[in-house]
Design a protein around this ligand. Structure first.
Ligand SMILES: [Ca+2]
Ligand SMILES: [Ca+2]
Length: 681
């Protein structure tokens, strides 16, 4: 259970983190190449299980050759029958069909059409479902047709019934699919580039803020030219990433600033969350020029990589001209005699849409229509100036709802109307909460966000797979409930690591360095910072988390460096420079596994939008089937530290896609801390 205190703490640090960041500078020597061979069990299908690791693997099943029955049908849950209904014509003047074939079907029916001796209509009904119905005549009278089957309940109410509906030629209706030809964001794999910490492509633009508390909270030199170079070198294409989210590109203050709450350290604005000048034509000089940023976007698009900008619209830095010129556009720091700093005299929740995160960050007052219009237009200007594909909205719950609905409306009229369907703008938000309803509140692709980062899923994933604190069955049950929690049209972004949390590799160590709430992840952020783990087990567990993340729905997010299990405690230590050399074999093997998983994801739509069915689950193992139209595969996970026999794989011959081996159905052996992905041969 999460205590109230814990939640407050997490909210505080979530925001703080956006503003008070830091990292370990460009000290790439922190990442030590241990030069040791990988543990034999890492990605080795043979270790720990005996034989080839697949039970009866390699043998033909009884009966010899398999029959090619054509492409597999769509999942039964997607099948729809267009079911005809009739009612005999009498003296009535109108007939409505009412029933449980739709959510409001008992109050709002379907009008039937008179044709000869019958009233008729066709209604779409899920295949193999039971339907109860009645006829509503003349707008006044409930009746049944006694010639059709009936069912009478305990209160003596009788309905007509069809149980089950099974038509000969069902159609297939994939939930959440966009219209034909429109880009499906469920195909996206997002990578968060912390620009200052990614790659220094031009040392001439490097910045230095004097007086910060440590070199690792100063600018480290990363820039848009450096990121462009990695795009051009196909780093992301090779990894399997097709969407980049980059830190706020607006010009930030050159001043140092203290952290929020009890944090008295001084930081630079290397994180981008202290915007000063919002002019898109004059972006952050520490990251390059407007031309550099345009070149980056052009390079990305040439590689079919979409670009999301981080947009910070809760506050500006106090040195911003917009603030001094328009003081009424911002909430006063003082409310009468009250100092409205979040977490001090003002409450993070009750006053969350107006309190200042700290005393140098004026909070926009979007109840002021002029302020709102200015800010919304500014967001649009960034989008159109650079031709980007989406925005990531920082700390959205601290912004008035009207700002978000105004932005969505203006995006629709000013941006989407001018784009091709394949561009389809994506709006993803951050609400740091482990409560689904908090997050869901802002998810509505028509009027608000397309999706949000899925903090509850992350919690469940790290707890079951990395920390081994809860059973895999708990994870399976959670995901079953979570899949539809945000609506069929939402495209959520699940993840395991981000820039506000201690690096996830340390949760996967034999002894986790902090808990699933990330309590204590900041304890070693400034001193005694954790070294790059050396044991293979942490990397294998993280690979297992990725196996689940990348074979399930949503637009998964990878935080830079997490593909190599980069070390680091909480903010600011979770923003170390991306290591481009000196990686250990465990790190490169993990990165290869990420790439392999993302190639499987790209090749198999069932991973991106399929129906998941659990075939077996225990405390340590989980086998699930993924089905989409024309595509089926099976994923077996063993998060345990011993080899396990996983039951439930249907009989047949399979190719295993991660180790490029073969297997037969029934039960399969999966080595300790390994995942397997099977497709029928
Ligand atoms: Ca630079
Ligand atoms: Ca600046």
């Amino acid at each position: 259970m999460q205590t109230k205190l814990t939640r407050v703490k997490r909210q505080l640090s979530a925001i703080a983190l956006s503003i008070a960041a830091s990292a370990c500078g460009s000290d790439a020597s922190r990442v030590v190449d241990l030069g040791q061979p990988p543990d034999a069990s890492f990605f080795n299908p043979g270790n720990g299980s005996g034989g080839d690791g697949y039970g009866s693997g390699g043998q033909k099943p009884d009966g010899g050759a398999l029959v090619d029955s054509g492409p597999p049908p769509c999942p039964e849950e997607w099948k729809i029958c267009s079911e005809p209904f009739t009612y005999p014509v009498g003296s009535e003047t109108s007939v409505e069909l009412r029933g449980d074939f739709k959510s409001d079907g008992w109050t709002s029916g379907v009008a039937m059409t008179k044709a000869g001796s019958k009233w008729t209509t066709n209604v779409n009904i899920p295949y193999n479902k039971k339907v109860q119905y009645k006829f509503f005549t003349n707008g006044t009278t409930w009746t049944i047709d006694p010639a059709q089957p009936t069912i009478t309940d305990a209160t003596n109410n009788t309905n007509n019934v069809r149980d089950p509906v099974k038509c000969a030629a069902p159609t297939c209706e994939e939930p959440g699919a966009p219209a034909a030809g429109v880009y499906d964001w469920r195909d996206a794999v997002i990578y968060f580039v912390f620009v200052d910490r990614f790659n220094d492509g031009n040392s001439a633009n490097n910045c230095n803020v004097s007086g910060v508390s440590s070199a690792f909270v100063n600018y480290a030199g990363g820039d848009w030219a450096g990121l462009k170079k990695k795009i051009d070198d196909s780093y992301f294409s090779d990894l399997g990433v097709n969407t980049l989210w980059i830190t706020v590109p607006a010009d930030n203050t050159d001043e140092k600033g203290k952290g929020v709450g009890q944090d008295s350290s001084y930081y630079s604005a290397f994180h981008g969350y202290w915007p000063k000048n919002l002019d898109p034509k004059n972006p952050e000089s520490c990251f390059g020029t407007a031309a550099d940023l345009k070149a980056l976007v052009a390079s990305a698009h040439s590689k079919n990589i979409k670009v999301l900008f981080d947009y910070a619209m809760v506050h500006l830095h106090k040195s911003a001209p917009v603030y001094s010129q328009n003081p009424t556009w911002f909430w006063s720091q003082y409310d009468g005699t009250r100092n409205c700093i979040c977490g001090q005299d003002c409450d993070w929740n009750a006053d969350g849409k107006r309190c200042w995160f700290t005393d140098y960050l004026p909070h926009w007052n979007y109840t002021n229509a002029s302020a709102r219009a200015y800010s919304v237009q500014n967001a649009i200007d960034w989008v159109t100036e650079y031709g980007i594909d989406g925005l990531r909205l920082d700390a959205i719950k601290h912004v008035d709802d009207q700002w978000l609905t105004d932005l969505r409306g203006k995006l629709t009229s000013d941006v989407v109307a001018k784009q091709t369907p394949q561009q389809r703008f994506y709006l993803v938000g951050e609400t740091f909460s482990y409560t689904q309803s908090d997050i869901k509140y802002y998810v509505d692709p028509a009027a608000k966000l397309d999706g949000q980062f899925d903090f509850p899923e992350r919690l469940s994933l790290v707890k079951s797979v990395l920390m081994r604190k809860s059973d895999m069955s708990e994870l399976a049950n959670f995901l079953d409930q979570n899949d539809g929690a945000y609506g069929a049209n939402a495209v959520m972004s699940p993840f395991v690591g981000n820039h506000d949390l201690g690096r996830v590799i340390h949760m996967a160590e034999d002894a986790s360095l902090w808990d699933e709430w990330s309590n204590n992840d900041k304890a070693r952020a400034w001193s005694n910072q954790p070294a790059q783990p050396t044991a293979v087990s942490a990397y294998e567990r993280l690979a297992n988390a990725y196996a689940i993340l990348f074979t399930n729905r949503g637009a998964p997010l990878l935080y830079y460096g997490d593909e190599v299990g980069l070390a680091g405690a909480g903010d600011p230590d979770n923003r170390r420079m991306m290591p481009w050399s000196g990686l250990s074999t465990n790190q490169t093997t993990l990165r290869d596994r990420v790439s392999a998983l993302l190639k499987i994801r790209a090749a198999h739509p069932a991973t991106r939008r399929g129906m998941r069915t659990t075939l077996s689950v225990t405390s340590a193992t989980w086998l699930y089937k993924l089905s989409a139209t024309g595509d089926e595969l099976y994923v077996a996970i063993n998060r345990g530290d011993a080899a396990a026999t996983v039951a439930g794989l249907p009989n047949g011959n399979y190719a295993e896609l991660l180790t490029n081996t073969t297997a037969t159905g029934g039960s399969v052996a999966v080595p300790a801390r390994q995942a397997r992905v099977f497709v029928a041969k």
